[in-house]
Design a protein around this ligand. Structure first.
Ligand code: CAA
Length: 482
């Protein structure tokens, strides 16, 4: 099928981005909004986004005018009669979508393909509401749509043969990489991403670490393009809340219950970037305490010698009777602390990559020792991430269950390891997909980390996936890829 003219219904952040993607690829676009005010907002999104590209020298003024000239804006759905494809990007409320698809089914010519950009609602339910279920698919873009290279193409049990391939071909024409997936809540990316983001909100709720420290741990430590709270604000907390709700309804996994801070912010109308405030630009993180006056340090545990050398080179005095004791390696840190004469001096340290030091204070750690640990790590060029003495600290607690979820998804036959990796790299800008990360970290280390999380929280989903366990037992370092 030749897709020359497409309709986009709903011109919020996603819809406007999708319209821009089509227009940039040379297709004519009819953008539809409910009323003149919403239409003006949609026009604003399009003008700002293409304007930024001109400012950055990525587009000339002439190219921008051509792109915008290909987009016709209207408040009448009836204008979609002749389009070859409609992509719906209205709010995530199933009744609204079903009612829209019924309308589109009536209005559009019989050959028109109807696509939904839903993040997690069942495409099958939308398809079944039309008289052309074979021509209804999911076409799921990622925010910001003009930038992120992935499109999840969702086929259902009633999708016509060849349709997913046609839409995948169109996605390639748009400069995107398609990944074909089945109709399950969250598809690939949201099923893996949102539980991780929700978990970050739980860590905040439980006081395990502060917002900015969690964000820094995941960007500087793991190399993700955004920390979980910055990303939640980008996605929109209302969308994140809806996706979590849908996931929970399907899985009944209590990890998928939306974390309380999400509900609180959504109820308050603080939806993230689109409303100007969400997790960020909220109440300021408390000011940092005074600089520590402690100058003596002792380093214990695996890899301690190297850290001690760096601290000595930075001018700190190494002493067996130091005022702060840094414990690397095994946790719980408190088990090491209680063996000391002055347990209040101990802080657990976990180095993440070459830039981040997670610092775990125990219930006995004194504020002076905690401050000193922070200053010491800064003095040797590391970013401190302060957290409590909990399994996995921040990074492993967030990363390992995500990796485990990816293994379960693969083991269930929902997607291949290559597709899952590509989806996370291209949909979220991750430096590596979960299987690539697992192979870099080492499956045994991840399995052991999951066991520690499971032992502490007794959360069934933290138990290592049987396939991961088997991989480690078999002595393999990588997942079989056909
Ligand atoms: N619209 C259009 N273009 C944008 C943009 C926007 N909103 N935001 C950034 N860009 C462009 C910039 O113009 C720039 O383009 P050039 O390279 O051509 O100059 C490019 O993106 C990089 O932008 P910046 O240099 O300003 O910023 P950055 O390097 O920090 O990158 C980012 C920004 C691309 C958003 C990056 O931080 C990233 O990849 N973040 C992760 C985003 C993510 O995970 N998205 C998926 C969310 S899940 C989802 O959307 C699915 C769902 O259903 C909930």
């Amino acid at each position: 099928m030749a897709f020359d003219m497409v309709g986009v219904v709903g011109l919020g952040t996603m819809g406007a981005g999708i319209a821009e993607v089509f227009a940039r690829a040379g297709l004519r676009v009819i953008g539809v909004e409910a009323d003149a005010e919403a239409l003006a907002r949609g026009r604003g999104h399009l003008e700002r986004s293409t304007g930024r590209a001109v400012d950055k020298g990525k587009l000339t003024g002439g190219e921008r005018d051509e792109i915008l000239g290909r987009i016709m804006l209207t408040t009448s759905r009836e204008d979609l009669r002749e389009v070859d494809l409609v992509v719906e990007a209205i709010p995530e409320i199933l009744e609204y979508k079903i009612s829209l698809f019924r309308d589109l089914d009536r209005i559009c010519k019989p050959e028109t393909v109807l696509a939904t950009n839903t993040s997690s609602l069942p495409v099958t339910a939308v398809a079944a509401a039309t008289g052309r279920p074979g021509q209804v698919v999911g076409m799921h873009f990622f925010n910001p749509a003009p930038v992120m290279k992935l499109v999840e193409v969702v086929g259902t049990v009633v999708t016509a043969e060849g349709m997913v391939q046609e839409i995948s071909g169109l996605a390639r024409r748009l400069g995107k990489t398609p990944v074909a997936v089945g109709d399950r809540a969250g598809f690939v990316v949201n099923r893996l991403l949102l539980p991780y983001l929700n978990h970050a909100a739980w860590l905040l709720e439980q006081g395990v670490a502060r917002r900015d420290d969690i964000d820094a741990a995941m960007t500087l430590g793991v190399g993700l393009p955004m920390g979980p709270f910055t990303l939640l604000d980008l996605i929109g907390l209302d969308t994140a809340y809806e996706v979590m709700g849908t996931l929970f309804d399907e899985t009944r996994d209590r990890r998928h219950a939306p974390a309380p801070p999400l509900r609180e912010l959504v109820t308050a109308g603080l939806l993230g970037r689109k409303s100007g405030r969400g997790f960020h630009d909220g109440p300021a993180t408390p000011a940092e305490p005074e600089k520590s006056k402690i100058t003596t340090v002792r380093v214990l545990g695996e890899g301690g010698a190297d850290l001690a050398d760096r601290l000595a080179a930075a001018g700190f005095q190494l002493s067996d009777d130091a005022d702060v004791v840094l414990q690397l390696g095994d946790r719980p840190v408190i088990e090491h602390a209680v063996r000391l004469e002055r347990p209040e001096t101990m802080v657990g340290v976990h180095l993440v990559g070459s830039r981040v030091a997670e610092l775990a204070a125990t219930v006995l750690t004194s504020p002076e020792a905690a401050n000193a640990a922070r200053d010491l790590t800064k003095a040797i060029g590391l970013t401190p991430v302060e957290c409590r003495d909990r399994a996995g600290f921040v990074v492993d607690a967030l990363l390992y269950p995500y990796l485990n979820d990816a293994v379960r998804m693969y083991a269930a036959g929902y997607a291949s390891a290559d597709d899952i990796d590509a989806a996370m790299r291209l949909g979220c800008g991750y430096p590596a997909g979960p299987f690539e990360m697992l192979e870099t970290i080492g499956p045994a280390r991840v399995r052991d980390g999951l066991r520690a999380l499971y032992a502490e929280y007794r959360e069934p989903a933290y138990a290592p996936a049987p396939l991961l366990d088997q991989l480690v037992t078999a002595g393999l370092r990588a997942f079989p890829r056909p």
